[in-house]
Design a protein around this ligand. Structure first.
Ligand SMILES: Nc1nc2c(ncn2[C@@H]2O[C@H](COP(=O)(O)OP(=O)(O)OP(=O)(O)O)[C@@H](O)[C@H]2O)c(=O)[nH]1
Ligand SMILES: C=C(OP(=O)(O)O)C(=O)O
Length: 210
């Protein structure tokens, strides 16, 4: 079965509370701009993926709401204090009937072809995940139409997704795996090649990560 109509779901936390492990990569006053730039690059790459039909961004962050509309994605209001997996469930419920891919909003080097290749690798499985570069987290979780997404993101999520029956997908998709949690991750993403928004931010501010 070919699955060419993926719906992407991406959660974005309120900026004031976001990316605490990344604090210090840039001065505090610029932290939110960096987090938004990374989310915009992730979303831009997701929307450029030829087998993604549309993207749902689950957030309560006002700054992101404007960016989501500009980039051509759909905003889904979050429910305060329910957390990342509840936000993903909310988006997935709206996409019921389509294959769903969940991604974190911290993949600023993501290339559409890496996402397409990973989704294509999933074709013969009902549900699968791609571990992040560290191997402990999850860069992508995807489920076929009619299959519950059952997201278990959070610390140690790669193991949690495997334990829940999701198939681990291995492939040469470095831009998909490179999430940015720390200043060192930002430097690694810069080595792979940052998307336009994060690259512009880094260029304008001359922050290059660790
Ligand atoms: N909507 C929503 N998104 C969330 C929530 N918590 C995390 N996220 C998003 O989920 C993705 C992965 O989250 P983390 O990498 O753990 O981000 P974080 O919690 O901002 O980072 P740390 O503070 O460093 O742990 C990012 O896109 C976050 O914006 C939440 O409660 N609601
Ligand atoms: C929430 C997760 O992301 P991160 O590694 O960015 O904390 C996860 O990997 O499950």
């Amino acid at each position: 079965m070919r699955r060419t109509e993926w719906v992407a779901v991406m959660p974005v936390k309120r900026l004031a509370m976001a990316k605490t492990r990344l604090r210090g990569a840039v001065p505090a006053a610029d932290h939110a701009r960096l987090v938004v730039a990374m989310a915009k690059d992730t979303l831009t790459a997701v929307l450029a993926c030829p087998i993604v039909h549309h993207a749902l961004i689950v957030t309560d962050e006002p700054t992101m709401v404007a960016a989501i509309a500009d980039l051509g994605a759909q905003h889904v209001p979050d429910r305060p204090d329910t957390g990342l997996n509840a936000a993903l469930e909310r988006g997935a419920a709206l996409a019921a009937g389509s294959p769903v891919v969940a991604l974190t909003a911290d993949l600023p080097a993501l290339r559409p072809q890496d996402l397409a290749a990973a989704l294509t690798a999933l074709s013969y499985h009902p549900r699968g995940y791609v571990p992040d570069a560290a191997g402990t987290g999850t860069a992508m979780l995807a489920a076929a139409a009619g299959v519950a997404l059952d997201p278990r993101f959070g610390p140690g999520s790669a193991r949690a997704h495997a334990a829940s029956g999701a198939v681990r997908l291995d492939g040469d998709w470095p831009s998909l795996r490179q999430d940015v949690d720390t200043p060192a991750d930002l430097a690694a993403a810069a080595d792979l090649g940052l998307g336009r928004y994060t690259a512009e931010f880094v260029g304008a501010t001359r922050y290059g990560g660790a």
